[in-house]
Design a protein around this ligand. Structure first.
Ligand code: SAM
Length: 227
């Protein structure tokens, strides 16, 4: 029986890479990476020199067989994504399921993820929340937004910088415009910021900017919440 390690990597600040994560990556036989080039820089920086192979959303159905062959040959594999916790809006789930079904050990090495970092930083209730991840781009998007508008728990949404204004406009339309929300940008990085306000205020703020760059999480308070 061998072990599949699911290893969290930093979402920006390299000092968030845990010593245990580094130790595990230095000990395994193979590292499955969402992007071997992106992870290559990180691995080199931490003197981790192991064979890697790609494991991303477009090949994971195929590559899970390769991963299982390695585990079945009594070798250990670690899975990492470009940033944060594998499996959270990233490849991971299929590998975990296959390894467990194959009676291998699955060991998760926890670490940073953008969702929990953002919800805590938002100043909105974070004892219970729903993690939405990325909304569908087209089909089902408006329906899902309508459903989320009725949600009473704090909502965490991943969004790309070039769609932030579109999302804030949609939130304004589907939710009450004075619903409290926050935009968390570039968490743990040099230009980290958390902008709080009503949905309308956030839209006005980001519309006034020349450009919107970096990685973004949008947090929206649940229906009925007020301060
Ligand atoms: N697995 C990752 C995690 O644990 O958070 C998420 C991967 S998902 C493909 C990438 C999205 O996470 C980005 O589009 C953004 O919404 C969010 N994200 C990742 N790093 C971030 C950061 N430093 N600041 C804000 N959002 C971030």
């Amino acid at each position: 029986m061998s072990t599949l390690y699911i290893v969290a990597t930093p979402i920006g600040n390299l000092q968030d890479f845990s010593p245990r994560a580094v130790e595990v990556l230095q000990s395994v036989d193979y590292i499955a990476c969402e992007d071997t080039r992106t992870s290559g820089h990180l691995l080199q920086r931490f003197q981790i020199d192991k064979p890697t192979f790609s494991f991303h959303q477009h090949n994971e159905h195929r590559k899970v067989g390769h991963l299982m062959n390695i585990l079945d040959a009594q070798q250990d594999v670690a899975l990492i994504s470009d940033a944060g916790m594998p499996g959270i809006s990233d490849p991971g789930f299929l590998a975990v399921r296959a390894a467990q079904n194959g009676n291998h050990t699955v060991s998760v090495i926890p670490g940073p993820d953008a969702a929990t970092t953002a919800v805590v930083a938002s100043g909105l209730p974070c004892d219970r929340y729903i993690f939405e991840g990325f909304l569908p781009h087209k089909k089902g998007r408006q329906k899902r937004l309508g459903q989320l508008a009725e949600e009473e728990l704090t909502i965490i949404i991943y969004e790309s910088p070039n769609r932030l204004l579109k999302l804030l406009g949609e939130l304004e339309e589907h939710f009450e415009p004075d619903r409290l929300a926050a935009v968390a940008r570039e968490l743990t990085k040099k230009f980290e910021e958390v902008v709080r306000g009503t949905i309308s205020e956030l839209k006005t703020e980001f519309e006034s900017r020349d450009s919107i760059k970096g990685e973004i999480v949008v947090i929206v308070s649940g229906k009925g919440y007020s301060e």
